[in-house]
Design a protein around this ligand. Structure first.
Ligand code: ATP
Length: 248
């Protein structure tokens, strides 16, 4: 489980996050949603240690990531998988080499073992046939899949995905969502996804946190999101015409 408590972050004079708290459970795909510039990425960065909040706690199964000693922080980092926006693949490495990269950097596995593990993960995302291709030779959706395979290659307990659907068509987006959810459930990962995507909110929101101007204004699930009385949330979700029509 990941628990965040009272996260506070400012940049200069600007308060970006005000007292954000929440819990994320193993086997759940939790979503952080909200308009542009509301602090979703900064919150994710606080959770994975790329940004240091002024106040608050980020607890990984009770271990404090922000104030823990170096060994604790290192151990937690090794338990994280991150799918960055755009996939962040190395152009000069093959698909298989990209997936195996964390194993090269963080383990002392032998070559054969590393290849087996990377192939297993590629197979899990349905891309074993693309192992020897270069990133420039595959589609955006395939790149996301490679990113997911790389994010799970270390067998993470915690998986973070920043806008996994950006730049994808609706059908491919749904497939990527399904894959993230299946993997989360199968390996009982605690998964946190930042998204703007309404389909994702309706399909995979086992838990949803809505941020507005750096505050958590609402928390719920995809089955309760359309029944909320929070005006800012309704404005955000009903900006999507399809949902507005559904509600009417
Ligand atoms: N390193 C930084 N220094 C100063 N300001 C920053 C920094 N990183 C983010 N911000 C500001 O913090 C605010 C929140 O940014 P953030 O990227 O978290 O928004 P977001 O909700 O993820 O938006 P989007 O959906 O558009 O990606 C923005 O106003 C942004 O300009």
């Amino acid at each position: 489980m990941i628990e965040i408590k009272n996260i506070q972050k400012t940049f200069g004079e600007r308060t970006i996050l005000s007292g954000i708290s929440g819990k994320f459970l193993p086997g759940d795909t939790s979503l952080i949603i909200g308009g542009s510039g509301t602090g979703k990425s900064v919150l994710l960065k606080c959770m994975i240690g790329l940004v240091k909040p002024e106040e608050g706690q980020v607890l990984y199964n009770g271990r404090d990531f922000l104030t823990g000693d170096e060994d604790t922080q290192k151990a937690i980092r090794r338990e994280m998988g991150v799918l960055f926006q755009g996939g962040a693949l190395f152009d000069s490495k093959t698909v298989l080499e990209n997936v195996g990269f964390p194993l090269d950097m963080l383990t002392d596995m032998g070559t054969a073992e590393k290849i087996d593990r990377a192939k297993f993960c590629l197979q899990r995302v349905g891309l074993e046939a693309a192992a020897d291709r270069m990133p420039s030779e595959i589609s955006g959706g395939m790149k996301k899949r490679v990113g997911i395979a790389r994010a799970i290659v270390m067998n993470p307990k915690y998986l973070f995905c920043d806008e996994p659907n950006s730049g994808l068509d609706p059908l491919t987006s749904i497939k990527i969502d399904e894959l993230i959810r299946e993997i989360t459930d199968e390996f009982k990962i605690t998964t946190v996804v930042i998204t703007h995507d309404m389909n994702s909110m309706m399909e995979i929101g086992e838990k949803i946190l809505f941020l507005y101007q750096g505050k958590k204004l609402w928390e719920g699930t995809s089955s309760t999101i359309t029944k909320s009385s929070v005006a800012e949330l309704n404005e955000f979700i009903y900006a999507n015409k399809l949902l507005r029509d559904t509600k009417a």
